[in-house]
Design a protein around this ligand. Structure first.
Ligand code: FES
Length: 73
């Protein structure tokens, strides 16, 4: 298996929004470009504009990705 990863990504890529075919990596990349609200992501990628079942997942990714890293010991 070769999983695509980028330094920004904390887990392997997967399809988050099946309606708009938006991958996890696209959401992480958009957040990195400053689209750090659900509305901004929705406007940019279309997430949540179909069945809305991905909204919770997108919110979770937003929280995980926007969180400052505090892993220093
Ligand atoms: S899965 Fe995202 S709007 Fe349906």
């Amino acid at each position: 298996m070769d999983e695509k990863r980028s330094p920004l990504m904390q887990k392997p890529d997967y399809l988050v929004c099946t309606c708009m075919e938006v991958m996890y990596s696209q959401i992480v990349a958009a957040i990195a470009q400053g689209k750090d609200t659900f509305k901004a992501l929705s406007d940019e990628l279309g997430v949540g504009t179909g069945c809305s079942s991905c909204v919770d997942e997108v919110m979770q990714i937003l929280q995980e990705t926007s969180k400052p890293e505090c892993n220093e010991s």
